[in-house]
Design a protein around this ligand. Structure first.
Ligand code: ACO
Length: 399
């Protein structure tokens, strides 16, 4: 007896599914999405409740281990992560080999891949102790690498992590603190960032998570798999959209083009221009994460004492698009990337750091999926089929 997929292949029934629109590559018990209703739940818990009440590390634990942690479990997890924040001094020097003009996402993926070289003897995917250790290492060190990518891009000295601080506060200090100056974390900014990170923590089989799974299915370790996921996230159709949205808003403002005219160009698909931050493969209704981000955008900007005309421009664009037949017929709504950039900008992050923030948010999901895959006895190396359309056999000249 053979399994159904082998039977289908042997009998010439290969499914051609560009973009995997209708093909499940795995079973998973981590995240549930109902794209028609606009529902997102991590391990059964609604995203709205987690964003309001939880913390980044608590949600990370939930995604990775399947249950909410007890207070003791969470405290021990937090403590363990704080103890692993330091990067090897040699790895710090790795950053100087890269040009200061490098995009922080390229720096992030390169340094994450480089992290693997320090732990090669402790990176066996089948060794539970290694897996635990590297889960903690990734959670502890990715924010530090991200902050160094930021510091490098603005030419400032790297700071050492301050392990008296919690996860998000430490990250803010690493980004915005300046050597030999006191840095006081703004609690409004800290909570707002924590909420945004929670909203990004997992989203089932998106392109970057599927990449992490595919690379992981070959037996590659967490560092290599996640470095690949970071590269997948970088693209403007995926995580890179948050940067692309701000660029788009800035271009509309600077060009003096009316919002209506811009939307016309999108609808006519002139030069392939898209309304960035709109549309989603799964959501055919308002993205529940975008709803939460939009609700808090005004509040956060006000609390930070920032007013930004780009937020008004974004709202105007949304109003026009949601009442337009082109967008209605195609069921295109704002996705999570539409409003996040305005908030990150108000916090002081340069545009090129936006997708890096997404990567830190998504890390627990990547780790949870990598681990779920390794623990699933059904896992096989990922290896799609193709329908060959090239030449039939021909002879090399003179052969
Ligand atoms: N602006 C204008 N038209 C759009 C947009 C958009 N943002 N998104 C989709 N469409 C149109 C397509 O041109 C297509 O039109 P057609 O039927 O006339 O050919 C139709 O809507 C269906 O779109 P597809 O591209 O087939 O949808 P798909 O599921 O393959 O793509 C995607 C989803 C990539 C998110 C797409 O909507 C897009 O490019 N959006 C802009 C980029 C973006 O915001 N990405 C972030 C996604 S969320 C995330 O990764 C966190």
């Amino acid at each position: 007896s053979v399994d159904i997929s082998t039977f289908m292949r042997q009998t010439g029934h290969t499914t051609l599914d560009y973009g995997f629109v209708n093909t499940a590559a795995t079973k998973s018990s981590i995240t549930f999405i109902d794209g028609d209703q606009g529902i997102l739940r991590y391990r059964g818990y609604p995203i709205e409740q987690l964003a309001k009440n939880s913390t980044y590390l608590e949600v990370a634990w939930l995604l990775i281990y399947g249950e909410l942690p007890t207070a003791d479990e969470l405290a021990a997890f937090d403590e363990r992560i704080r103890r692993h924040t330091l990067l090897h001094e040699d790895l710090k020097r790795f950053f100087s080999a890269l040009p200061h003009t490098a995009h922080p996402m390229s720096v992030l993926s390169a340094a994450t891949a480089a992290l693997s070289t320090y732990y090669e003897n402790e990176s066996d995917p089948h060794n539970p102790e290694h897996v635990e250790l590297n889960t903690v290492r990734m959670l502890a060190k990715l924010p530090v690498i991200a902050a160094y990518a930021h510091k490098k891009s603005v030419g400032q000295a790297f700071l050492y992590p301050d392990n008296s601080l919690g996860f998000v506060d430490n990250f803010l200090k690493l980004n915005f603190g300046v050597l030999s100056e006191v840095y006081d974390v703004n609690p409004v900014m800290s909570r707002a960032l924590e909420r945004l990170l929670i909203l990004h923590e997992d989203h089932e089989q998106n392109a970057s998570t599927s990449t992490v799974r595919l690379v992981g299915s070959t037996g590659a370790n967490q560092f290599s798999s996640i470095s690949a996921g970071i590269n997948a996230l970088y693209g403007p159709l995926h995580g890179g959209a948050n940067e692309a949205v701000l660029d788009m808003l800035g271009r509309i403002r600077d060009s003096g083009e009316s919002v209506e005219r811009f939307v016309e160009r999108v609808k006519n698909k002139e030069d392939g221009v898209k309304l960035m931050g709109f549309g989603h493969r799964v959501y055919k209704n308002y993205d529940p994460r975008a709803k939460l981000v939009k609700e808090s955008a005004d509040e956060v900007l006000e609390a930070l004492g920032v007013s930004d005309p780009l937020l008004d421009l974004a709202k105007e664009l949304e109003d026009i698009a949601l009442n337009d037949d082109y967008f209605k017929e195609r069921r295109l709504y704002p996705n999570v990337d539409f409003y996040t950039g305005v908030i990150y900008k108000a916090m002081g992050f340069p545009t090129r750091m936006f997708t890096v923030l997404f990567a830190i948010g998504r890390l627990p999901g990547w780790l949870a999926h990598w681990r779920e895959m390794q623990g699933d006895p059904q896992t096989k190396i990922g290896r799609p089929q193709q329908l060959y359309t090239g030449a039939t056999e021909r002879q090399y000249p003179g052969a």
